[in-house]
Unconditional design. Structure first.
Length: 197
């Protein structure tokens, strides 16, 4: 049982890091779908403990899609999109019906500036889970960055319509607000719900 609780503790810690690295920059004007800039000179956190923990899990079970995805998330946080892409590809080959893995693979491809492949993976994830607000937001971000503002707004509105009171909807509202008022980050309605997706 120790292994299992250790495993979930790592997964939870990486989840917090992912939210801080990927969600907050989206709301406050990140430079890519993942919200990170691989060329940034900012000091990055030390991910060594997470990397080592995931590598240990993968030594024990190389077909652990959750560990592959978790390690991919860590590499995304570092801006290492190539290694992240490889790990998400492995996770999707092990569990092709997991929308999250396709979404993260799409984000890695976007980080590599492979827009068409990124959209293909994101759309695959959305076809698996048509109510996945995070993937809708990512597709909208790509649409926005490729000057397809109307399509971006439509995708973000779909995300809001699924559940208008959660964090993902708040992010989508903020993005629409920024589109309407470039440079503004304060006009979106306040976050209604502090938990849930």
């Amino acid at each position: 049982m120790k292994f299992k609780s250790y495993y979930w503790a790592i997964f939870a810690a990486v989840g917090v890091v992912v939210v801080l690295i990927f969600v907050l920059p989206r709301v406050f004007g990140g430079s890519s779908a993942s919200g990170t800039d691989p060329h940034s000179q900012e000091q990055q956190p030390d991910y060594t403990p997470q990397i080592e923990a995931y590598q240990d899990l993968l030594k024990a079970n190389p077909k652990d899609a959750v560990a592959l995805s978790g390690l991919g998330d860590v590499y995304m946080g570092q801006g290492n999109y190539s290694q992240a892409k490889d790990l998400f590809e492995q996770a999707t080959s092990i569990d092709p019906g997991n929308a999250l893995y396709h979404g993260r693979l799409g984000e890695a491809y976007y980080g590599l500036n492979m827009i068409d492949v990124a959209l293909r993976e994101l759309n695959t994830g959305l076809s698996i889970d048509p109510r996945n607000q995070a993937i809708m937001i990512d597709i909208g971000l790509i649409d926005s960055h490729t000057n397809q503002s109307a399509q971006a707004r439509q995708m973000w509105q779909k995300a809001i319509d699924i559940n208008p009171n959660n964090r993902m909807a708040h992010t989508a509202k903020e993005l629409i607000s920024q589109q309407n008022n470039p440079g503004s980050t304060t006009t979106a309605p306040p976050l209604q719900q502090q938990h849930g997706p």
